[in-house]
Design a binder for this molecule. Structure first.
Ligand code: NAP
Length: 433
């Protein structure tokens, strides 16, 4: 018997489990360990609540979870309940599928003011991640600045722009729904340090911004490069740029405006304890497409700043780490003998959910090459013994199904679920007979 532990139950974790199951069949026990009592990682706490069709992929992960050889072991935190060396002594292969749940820091003066938040925190807040449920972002002012020109910036802008009715059918959590209903924000600046040709926004997501009830995007035509230059773009980005051209050519005035501010980089955030303004510098691009400040500055009054400039993987004691790229140091997923990484923890925070499928396949292949028929390690029996000794309330997939049922039962009509946002409530629902 081979013993495999996967840390993290998001897309990378489940695709790795699926690939290992396909390779080893019943000859491997696979434990998917998660610090939360609920599975699916990014699907639950990262994907936007109004993107339910993307979340539907969790059904596929359920099929993996409900096999005899794969287990979900929830509510078990690495570094607190068990450490990596202990797991390595129990399992033939330990795979870090921990994603990239921390914000890349916004390294400018004033970034620590109240009212400045990172996308991990803000997205976690509206998605009910227990670590961010208490965030209480400042929505009392009229102007918000979103830094970054990727899909997360778009998610955040859209969530800030929607009316309560537009959240119908979503699983946005009650505290965020209530706070957003009272929000005073009527102007959002979406700030990109480079230009329209360098955006990291996909067309489907960008088109949603043009279909909102009370909000509309605004693009200044002077920022758009000459149209002929679009031909050299990769097809997806070309479609996104075409949308920007349409927004520029057909301006629509609505109650809440989302302004694209290109060639703009924040250099400082100011305020008396609470953010009041962002100091911005114009940029220009060099021949390599890198942005540089021109020295020309202006000020945007704002009471909320959300930096959506990418994520990083949290470090784990004793595991080699590549600081510049915010991921584990690895050679095609191999970190140390018996220790692997996959998904954002391996590649850094790029790519869609589907990108994790080939990644999972690759890591399963490496594990097969490395562990042969396995060893006489204790595997899950040893883990269960250790966790029982330490009094950890382990949540199984069956327990998660109780949580799932309880969340579904308390959903508003038309919504898929009303999530629990406190770990204690999740655990109580899990153990309810
Ligand atoms: P991203 O796509 O890497 O975008 C990050 C943005 O932040 C870029 O515009 C980048 O500009 C900018 N940036 C980075 N450092 C900066 C700094 N110091 N100052 C100012 N701007 C800075 O990251 P993301 O939006 O977090 O998305 C992560 C991944 O998840 C992406 O692959 C994304 O497509 C995916 N995702 C997909 C969906 C969906 O499909 N619906 C939704 C959300 C996320 P530069 O280009 O100049 O570096």
């Amino acid at each position: 018997m081979r013993h495999i532990a996967i840390i993290g139950s998001g897309p990378a974790g489940y695709y790795t489990a699926e690939a290992c199951r396909n390779i080893f069949g019943d000859d491997a026990h696979i434990d998917i360990i998660d610090k939360l009592p609920v599975p699916f990682g990014l699907i639950r706490t990262g994907v936007a609540p109004d993107h339910q069709s993307i979340k539907a992929v969790s059904r596929r992960y359920e099929a993996v979870a409900l096999t005899d050889t794969v287990r979900f072991v929830g509510n078990v935190a690495i570094g607190k309940d068990i450490n990596i060396e202990e797991l390595q002594s129990l399992y033939d292969a330990v795979v870090l599928a921990t994603g990239a749940p921390h914000d890349r820091p916004l390294d400018i003066p004033g970034a620590d003011l109240s009212g400045v938040v990172g996308s991990a925190a803000f997205v976690g807040w509206y998605n009910g991640h227990p670590e961010y449920a208490q965030l209480n972002p400042s929505l009392h002012g009229t102007h918000a600045v979103i830094i970054g020109n990727g899909n997360v910036a778009l998610d955040v802008a859209r969530i800030l722009s929607k009316t309560s009715e537009e959240f119908s059918g979503s699983d946005i959590v009650a505290h965020a729904r209530a706070a957003l209903a009272e929000s005073h924000i009527r102007h959002i600046t979406l700030m990109g340090r480079r230009g329209p040709h360098q955006i990291a926004m996909t067309p489907k997501e960008l088109s949603e911004l043009g279909k909102l009830e009370r909000a509309a995007p605004r693009v200044d035509p002077v920022d758009l490069p000459e149209e002929g230059a679009d031909a050299m773009l990769e097809p997806g980005i070309r479609k996104s740029v075409t949308l920007l051209r349409q927004y520029a050519a057909n301006p629509v005035a609505k109650q809440l405006m989302v302004d694209f501010d290109f060639y703009a980089i924040p250099v400082a955030i100011e305020g008396d304890g609470q953010v009041q303004r962002v100091i911005v510098e114009h940029t220009e691009l060099d021949d390599m497409g890198r942005s540089h400040g021109t020295g020309e500055r202006y000020t945007i009054e704002a009471s909320l700043v959300i930096s959506c400039i990418g994520y990083q993987t949290p470090m784990i004691e004793g595991v080699p780490y590549e600081h510049g790229r915010g991921r584990f140091a690895n050679d095609e997923g191999r970190i140390l003998p018996g220790l692997y990484c996959v998904g954002w923890a391996r590649r850094g925070p790029t790519g869609t959910i589907g990108t994790n499928k080939p990644d999972g396949l690759m890591i399963a292949g490496k594990i097969a090459e490395d562990i042969g028929d396995g060893t006489n390690k204790q595997g899950r029996a040893g883990l269960d013994m250790l966790l029982a000794e330490r009094g950890v309330d382990v949540i199984t997939f069956r327990d998660w199904q109780n949580i799932d049922e309880a969340e579904t039962a308390r959903a508003l009509p038309g919504n898929p679920r009303e999530k629990f946002t406190q770990i204690s409530d999740m655990v109580s629902a899990a153990y309810k007979e």
